[in-house]
Design a protein around this ligand. Structure first.
Ligand code: SF4
Length: 440
């Protein structure tokens, strides 16, 4: 079988800095072959492994995952935060899932794969390490393993589902025209990031009103450029419209933010009823928006990389109302972080299609656009818990690492109720309002 061609993000660096976060916060599913390989490594006789349970759990017919220690960490993670399999047998002996993270590979054509990154990794958020484009050799080897024996004839994600005109499907080459126009709009650094985002939202609204049965190839290029000009006209360079989102818009937004902020690990799931009660009580608070924002289960890698934002270890209880006032501190570095995040997700098709609950381009982009106000809201919460009314870059980095852990991965966010909420926010024209409101 031919080698898939690999498309890499052009503006991202990454190297592993051994924080061990991914080994504490993810459940590692393994294949039958990986199970056999690990069993042959002879771990049963290793006295250092802290578990009296089997090292591999069966989670369904022919499905397995690595067991966890009492604190939720992978059973193979040692006290120095390093992988025992890697240390003893080398990197290729680890399960594929461990070698892939924080990369994410998505179909980009019949013989093409595009690579994105998960910003839940602190090194990705901080852009630390070697440029991704310089790692094409290793990424190609992993890509070959991922596609081995799998079908490659994926259709491009839908553009949108239109109740009047039916599903709008294009060829891969036309789909890439949409992506390129979108990516180019975020690359224009002469314009404030929030203006770029608002233009992209209004451009996508025009896409949603159109059908693409006859608009294709060269005609599509012309059409996309025409609607880009219309969206620029609709949102002039330095005139940010800031309207308070509606009460319903804010309620739906808080529920979405609450789901994106959760960081439950295997250790939390073991709490059974206790966790369910906590989730119910948090959902009630997010719905009403009264009183204090519930404490959320934090991620250990976010806490290790970015601290808790208090400077003293003493966190304040913060009321929902406090987060509705403008916060100072939106600095160029924060906009640069969002620009990189949006461009990596767009270039890596990490916001629609198979990477995002099979949502069409328009719906997936709406969810991605909402990541801006969600992350800014979570950054405000972190700053306010530290007694500050000014945001720092670290607040936003920690908030983004927290929310991106769930974006496209949390089963709760893929449920029809959560996806319906995002669609409703779009219909009520609340996405632009939320972006403007939390950008202040
Ligand atoms: S097998 Fe190794 S790399 Fe994979 S989660 Fe466990 S400790 Fe981490």
């Amino acid at each position: 079988m031919s080698k898939p061609s690999l498309q890499l993000p052009v503006i991202q660096n990454w190297s592993c800095h051994n924080c061990g976060g991914c080994c504490r916060e993810h459940l590692i599913e393994i294949t039958e072959a990986e199970k056999t390989r690990i069993e042959k490594q002879g771990w049963a006789a290793d006295k250092d492994l802290k578990t009296d349970k089997p090292l591999i759990e069966t989670i369904g017919k022919g499905r397995y995952r690595l067991a966890h220690q009492a604190d939720g960490a992978c059973v193979f993670l040692n006290d120095d935060g390093l992988c025992r399999i890697h240390a003893k047998f080398g990197e290729p002996a680890k399960p594929l899932a461990c070698r892939v993270y924080p990369y994410a590979y998505h179909p980009a054509g019949e013989e093409a794969i595009t690579v994105s990154l998960r910003f839940s990794c602190p090194s990705v958020v901080q852009n630390l390490g070697q440029s991704v484009s310089a790692q094409s050799g290793d990424l190609n080897s992993v890509a070959k393993e991922i596609v081995a024996g799998k079908r490659r004839d994926h259709d491009a994600p839908l553009i949108h589902r239109n109740p009047k005109h039916g599903n709008q499907q294009t060829s891969w080459s036309d789909f890439h025209q949409f992506l390129k126009t979108l990516d180019d709009s975020f690359a224009d650094t002469s314009v404030d990031f929030v203006v770029r985002l608002m233009r992209a939202i209004s451009w996508m609204e025009l896409v949603e009103e159109s059908q693409f049965v006859t608009i294709k190839d060269a005609k599509l290029t012309e059409f996309l450029s025409l609607i880009s000009k219309a969206s620029v006209k609709a949102q002039p360079d330095n005139d940010l419209p800031v309207h308070r989102p509606s009460r319903l818009g804010r309620t739906m937004f808080r529920l979405m933010a609450g789901q994106l902020a959760r960081h439950d690990t295997e250790a939390d799931y073991q709490r059974g009823l206790g966790l369910r009660f906590e989730l119910l009580s948090a959902a009630l608070k997010y719905t009403t928006g009264w009183g204090k924002v519930p404490q959320l289960a934090g991620s250990s890698s976010v806490a290790t990389a970015f601290g808790d934002g208090t400077g003293s270890g003493k966190s304040r209880a913060v009321g929902f109302a406090e987060l509705e006032h403008p916060f100072d501190g939106r600095q160029p570095e924060i906009d640069e972080l969002f620009e990189r995040y949006f461009r990596v997700k767009i270039q890596g098709i990490h916001f629609c299609g198979p990477a995002h609950y099979d949502t069409p381009l328009v719906d997936g982009f709406r969810s991605l656009a909402l990541m801006y106000p969600v992350v800014m809201w979570l950054a405000r919460l972190r700053a306010a818990r530290g007694g500050r009314t000014s945001l720092s870059l670290t607040d936003v980095q920690a908030a983004l690492a927290t929310a991106d852990h769930n974006f496209g991965y949390s089963p709760a966010l893929g449920m029809s109720s959560a996806l319906g909420r995002v669609a409703q926010l779009g219909k009520l024209k609340q996405v632009t309002a939320l972006v403007g409101w939390y950008s202040q």
